[in-house]
Design a binder for this molecule. Structure first.
Ligand SMILES: Nc1nc2c(ncn2[C@@H]2O[C@H](COP(=O)(O)O[C@H]3[C@@H](O)[C@H](n4cnc5c(=O)[nH]c(N)nc54)O[C@@H]3COP(=O)(O)O)[C@@H](O)[C@H]2O)c(=O)[nH]1
Length: 732
């Protein structure tokens, strides 16, 4: 509601002006005063939107009145109209100087008066609106200012908290090396509070050397005004824990760009470093024994080779392979096998000197890198100590175990100039040690390499032989000592090599086993033997048993049950006529799996003999557990049967053992009439050997059976002892 104040000492004028002002709009309120003091007093307490005052008044002129109105803060901008006479120019100037807004001439024109009042009230309304808007804006601005400040304050606090909790030591130091800021992490590691450190050298709690290095780097930043590349440093914290930091230093500038302090940020990378080193350890160590693995051994070999090139001392590389460990592992279970391997690792560790490396290359294969040796005798001495250390019984699950290892040694620089060559040659030497009876060590010799190459060539030839049908099966008769009749024949593999030579399995079986070729080769022998034995009957012979050798590798890698059944079905041979010769190794290695296969085949009628009996463990346990029919006495006991009383005793014991378990006993490698006589006297059931016949081809065997089975059981008296050479020939 607009309020108009009228001041005029003359009543008539006051009334006229009041009426005119009120006529401007319905809502206009008019306050009229005859006395200036009264008007000023009222203004003091009430809002006013327009003041209309006469200039000439008895106690206070218009200029003075205007000045006093303007002196009141709410009225600095209220429009004031001063009414003067036409010629009162000097009054007007004085009123303007005092702060008057406009003038009206007296006597006032009605229309001019109301228009002027209306315009000035509208101006005032706008003025008030602007004022109000400005005020609102100001308040909003103030409010947002306040919230911005709060935000800034909050974010500063949050930042401070973040800075305090990041796993980094953050500090700033001035030109004098005094701390101007430090975070809580830094203080905690220093065993202090941030307040303790401010004003002092923040590196001091971590030792003099650390502090000096840090100050020197700070000086560098002040000089160059550039950040330093980050670097890794180790710090011993207040608890004595060694920590690793990735540290950076950068200049902090003031508003003018002058470097005023150095900000040091040291990120705690201790955990990352630990994880890295754990990963590195895992990549370089064997999970079971924690010994260095092949990768690390190779690195150490490279290091020694580099040392050698710089004139360093020689070194020896020992490769150790545990003898028959696979059988132990399979028989006793991997859990126990693992424990034995850990014990082996401990014993080897104990043998090594500082600088040597004991590594596990995988499975039952270990290595020792023996450094600083110039005399091969030093390597031989370590190998002897190794063999002796492993000869001591091992204890696991309250049982004693005996282990041994075959060791191959290469010597640098004599046996190789790079890591691969040394490893390969040590391997060759280790295989040589295995071949020479195990539990021994052998140094690498140049001809081992040649032999390895020959073996590779032989492997190629064997593959070709299989593909080109160069194998044949020869049969060696097995004679019943009571009847003198041929009751069976052992199938023995022969290789007709291009050029006409006939090669015996001893020359290639080991390689065939190693390369896995034994699988397809033996399968071929089994199928051929079954087929030919079935043919013998079709060609008029009485049923004759055929014995076929199986290899441990077949049991490990092939489905023997399926293979035998398929060979029998394909040939039509009566299963009771098939005798499978098993070595003790097969029975030892596979235990229950093998027993099940044998039991299944036994149900079909297939027979089983234990080959080379007496040379291995001769365990009564497996004779009891497996469906065995015959024991085959190894030829090594037959050779000196007449002359060596212990051989006689062993043969007698085997025959008695077999008979008491209800098994048949056959002696192999029988060459002389004396051996035959002795075996008859001991009660042996059957014999096989050169005395009766060398292994012969299938046709010759048939002829031999026809001839022999027609005559008496007793050995012919005119037979000479075997000629010693086992070249395959026809029977006598
Ligand atoms: N897994 C397979 N093994 C096989 C196969 N064929 C043979 N073999 C095994 O190879 C080893 C050597 O066999 P071989 O050279 O054939 O020698 C056999 C006989 O020829 C030899 N023998 C026979 N009588 C005498 C003799 O009076 N004196 C003498 N010095 N040697 C003789 O003995 C070998 C027969 O051995 P065995 O098998 O233990 O009865 C040999 O271990 C064969 O088993 C095959 O196909 N698969």
């Amino acid at each position: 509601m607009p309020v108009v104040l009228i001041l005029d000492d003359r009543v008539t004028n006051r009334n006229i002006y009041s009426r005119l002002a009120a006529s401007v709009g319905a809502g206009v309120t008019v306050q009229a005063f005859g006395d200036a003091e009264e008007a000023l007093d009222w203004i003091e307490r009430n809002p006013v939107d327009l003041i209309i005052t006469d200039y000439k008044m008895p106690r206070m002129d218009g200029s003075e009145f205007v000045r006093r109105v303007r002196a009141k803060p709410p009225c600095v901008d209220v429009p004031i109209v001063v009414i003067t006479a036409y010629n009162d120019r000097s009054y007007r100037l004085s009123a303007l100087e005092a702060g008057a807004t406009d003038f009206l001439l007296s006597p006032a024109d009605r229309y001019e008066f109301t228009t002027r009042v209306r315009n000035l009230l509208e101006l005032r309304r706008q003025q008030l609106l602007v004022k109000q808007r400005a005020h609102t804006l100001e308040r909003e601005l103030e409010r947002s200012e306040r919230s911005r400040e709060a935000l800034l304050r909050n974010s500063r606090e949050a930042l401070a908290q973040v800075i305090d909790t990041v796993p980094a030591m953050i500090s700033a130091t001035d030109r004098d090396g005094r701390c101007v800021f430090v975070n809580a992490y830094h203080a905690a590691l220093a065993g202090a509070t941030p307040n303790d450190l401010v004003g002092h050298d923040p590196g001091e709690p971590f030792g003099r050397a650390h502090a000096e290095r840090s100050r020197a780097l700070d000086r560098l930043v002040f000089q160059s005004a550039e950040p330093l590349p980050s670097y890794e440093e180790e710090v011993l914290d207040a608890n004595g824990v060694r920590r690793v930091f990735l540290t950076t230093k950068a200049p902090l500038r003031d508003a003018e760009g002058t470097v005023v302090s150095v900000l040091t940020t040291a990120l705690d990378i201790t955990d990352r470093k630990l994880a890295e080193s754990r990963l590195r350890h895992l990549a370089h160590h064997d999970g079971l024994t924690d010994l260095p693995n092949r990768v690390l051994l190779r690195e150490r070999l490279q290091r020694e080779l580099a040392r050698g090139r710089r004139g360093g001392r020689g070194f020896a590389l020992h490769i150790l392979d545990l003898d028959r460990f696979k059988a132990v592992n399979d028989a006793l279970g991997h859990h126990l096998g693992d424990r034995l391997l850990c014990q082996v690792a401990d014993r080897l560790r104990a043998l090594a000197r500082t600088g040597d490396t004991v590594a596990r290359l995988g499975g039952d294969e270990f290595a020792i890198l023996q450094v600083g040796v110039d005399d091969p005798e030093d390597a031989a001495a370590l190998a002897r100590r190794t063999i002796a250390a492993l000869a001591e019984p091992f204890l696991a699950d309250a049982q004693e175990f005996r282990l041994s290892a075959s060791i191959g040694i290469t010597f640098h620089p004599r046996d190789g100039t790079d890591a691969d060559e040394l490893l390969r040659n040590a391997d060759l030497a280790m295989y040589q040690a295995k071949e020479e009876g195990r539990d021994v060590f052998r140094f690498f010799a140049a001809d081992m390499d040649r032999r390895a190459r020959e073996a590779m060539a032989l492997e190629g030839e064997l593959r070709a032989a299989l593909a080109r049908g160069q194998f044949v099966v020869h049969y060696q008769p097995q004679v019943n000592l009571r009847t003198g009749r041929i009751v069976g024949a052992e199938a023995l593999l022969r290789w007709h090599r291009p050029g006409g030579t006939l090669t015996r399995p001893g020359d290639f079986l080991a390689l065939a086993e190693e390369t896995g070729l034994i699988g397809p080769i033996n399968e071929w022998v089994l199928r051929t033997a079954c087929a030919e034995a079935a043919a013998w009957q079709r060609e008029g012979l009485r049923p004759l048993r055929v014995s076929v050798n199986l290899s441990a590798v077949q049991f490990r890698k092939h489905d023997v049950r399926r293979l035998v059944v398929s060979a029998l079905e394909a040939s039509g041979l009566d299963p009771v006529l098939l005798d499978l010769e098993l070595t003790e190794g097969i029975l030892l290695e596979n235990d229950e799996t093998v027993a099940q296969v044998l039991r299944d085949l036994r149900r079909l009628g297939v027979r089983f003999s234990i080959d080379d009996f007496g040379t291995g463990y001769s365990s009564l346990n497996y004779i009891k557990n497996f469906p065995v029919d015959r024991l085959k006495i190894d030829q090594s006991f037959i050779r000196n049967l007449r002359t060596d009383p212990s051989d006689t005793a062993i043969v007698r014991a085997i025959i008695n053992l077999g008979h008491s378990l209800g098994l048949g006993v056959i002696a192999e490698g029988v060459e002389t009439v004396e051996q035959v006589t002795q075996l008859i006297a001991e009660g042996c059931d059957e014999i096989q050997g050169h005395y009766y016949s060398h292994p012969v081809g299938t046709q010759e065997l048939q002829a031999l059976v026809r001839r022999m089975n027609g005559v008496s059981a007793a050995p012919p008296r005119d037979r000479q002892a075997g000629d010693g050479a086992d070249g395959d020939r026809g029977a006598p």
